[in-house]
Design a protein around this ligand. Structure first.
Ligand SMILES: [Zn+2]
Length: 465
């Protein structure tokens, strides 16, 4: 048996009536049905609400003209329901996310769920990519002047094989002064001031929820999970633990929420700590969960998170022992550079690490807090040379302009120019040397290489080996 749903104009290219399967997924506000052609989903609300239709029309208009590279992260309403099996019912139709996408909560609630994915050959890098897609989704809302009331791991679906994530419930957005929130959010992800002061969800509270969600994706646990009861009254204990006395588990000054086996390798029964993350991610984590936890204006923006997550993609290194990948800890002394999953030390030859510089004024360069971690045969992609460019979602098809080679005899790395561009080495003591196509240069610490006119400079900050 199927149901028939008719739609109200404007139809935006959709048929006027759609058949949906009889089975529905029930939620708090309504039911979701899937069209028999598998292309769409219909959300039918239980109750009519005088503001609902106006709200949905506003959201539809807001997201109608999104470019494809933004549309993919969210599923906004496409048209409103007129009738459901002949009876008027509030609701809307949206695109259907393919069934291979699973709720984020099923992949990260416990380290065991992540371990199941690792056993299938999925790496931590896929979780990092999915976390970046989540930040993108919130970024799309914020760019339209919206906030979300309900950011948490039930409202994102993830294709972990591709490292992709899509935000569901885009109809739950709020616009300051226009669309009021229908829900307050989920305890655990809600900003403390919502619990303590009844603050209204906003971009600033979203920044908190996003931080918790991203770290949950990367560490497989909630980084604010209270470990002690703060009151005999359970509701009060929740209010205090996630509100007034909310505390980052890895806070260096206050250890009350610190898990016993924090920073012990995950596969040895330990708990991943934020110290395994790249410097960029640690910086935004400290901004969100230490400095900005109870001081909302200090929280990093969604864009800050996007930059930090993106930067980390170029700093991954593989473990020789367990084959997992992790941000290569070049900030530690070489004997301390161990795999956070199995605890194995990284083995020589260790990678070479290059930092990126960009031209600010003519001839004046400044570091941009990005690094590349490169091993033997690692490609340099075209986007790595371009100013103001973050790593793309995939580098399939991106031109390769160079690569690194490990010279076993000399125990040093070289960088080969595979582009048509002439590179120049920039050293204060020497006149610039030119590195043409198929020529290479020794990657000694402090060497600086300009990847062509108008391009970035790479500086060797760790020669590796
Ligand atoms: Zn390992």
């Amino acid at each position: 048996m199927t149901h028939v749903v008719t739609l109200l104009p404007p139809l935006n290219g959709l048929p006027q009536s759609v058949q949906v399967e009889s089975d529905a997924v029930s939620g708090g506000e309504g039911e979701v049905y899937f069209s028999t052609d598998g292309r769409h989903a219909v959300k039918a609300f239980y109750h009519a609400n005088p503001n609902l239709e106006q709200h949905l029309r506003y959201i539809m208009a807001l997201f109608a003209d999104l470019p494809e590279d933004q549309k993919r992260f969210i599923v906004p309403p496409l048209a409103l329901i007129e009738t459901f099996d002949g009876t008027p019912r509030p609701g809307f139709i949206m695109r259907r996310v393919p069934p291979r996408y699973r709720k984020a909560v099923d992949l990260i609630l416990t380290p065991r769920q992540a371990a199941e994915q690792f056993a299938r050959g999925i790496t931590w890098g896929s979780y990092l990519l999915a976390a970046r897609s989540m930040a993108h989704a919130i970024g799309v809302l914020h760019s339209k002047g919206c906030a979300h009331t309900d950011i948490h791991y039930e409202n994102f679906v993830v294709d972990i094989d591709e490292g992709d994530a899509v935000m569901m419930e885009a109809d739950g957005v709020v616009v300051s002064g226009f669309i009021k929130p229908r829900v307050k959010g989920l305890v655990g992800f809600m900003a403390p001031e919502i619990l303590t002061k009844g603050a209204v969800p906003s971009k600033i509270t979203d920044r908190h929820s996003l931080a918790v969600l991203v770290l949950h994706m990367l560490l497989f646990r909630n980084p604010l999970q209270p470990l002690i009861e703060l009151s005999d009254d359970q509701a009060e204990s929740v209010r205090l633990g996630w509100g007034e006395q909310a505390l980052f588990s890895d806070d260096p000054q206050d250890r009350r929420n610190r898990p016993t086996y924090l920073d012990v390798p995950l596969f040895e029964g330990g708990v991943l700590g934020y110290r395994m993350l790249s410097p960029q991610l640690r910086h935004v984590t400290e901004g969100a969960l230490i400095a900005g936890l109870h001081d909302p204006p200090r929280r990093p923006s969604v864009h800050d998170w996007l930059e930090a997550l993106s930067a980390t993609l170029d700093q991954l290194w593989g473990c020789n022992e367990c084959q997992q990948v992790f941000p290569y800890p070049y900030w530690k002394s070489p004997p301390m550079r161990a795999c956070p999953f199995c605890g194995e030390q990284t083995r020589p030859p260790r990678p070479v690490v290059l930092s990126m510089w960009e031209e600010r004024l003519a001839g004046s360069f400044a570091p941009i807090d990005r690094a590349l971690v490169l091993g033997n045969g690692s490609p340099i992609y075209a986007d790595m040379a371009e100013p103001h460019c973050l790593p793309p979602r995939t580098r399939r098809g991106v031109p390769i302009i160079g690569h690194t080679v490990w010279d076993e005899k000399r125990r040093a790395y070289r960088l080969v120019n595979n582009s048509d561009c002439t590179w120049t080495t920039v050293q204060s003591t020497a006149t610039p040397a030119k590195v043409g196509g198929n020529q290479s240069i020794d990657l000694q610490p402090k060497t600086m290489i300009r990847l062509g006119s108008g391009k970035r400079i790479l500086e060797v900050i760790d020669g590796g080996g």
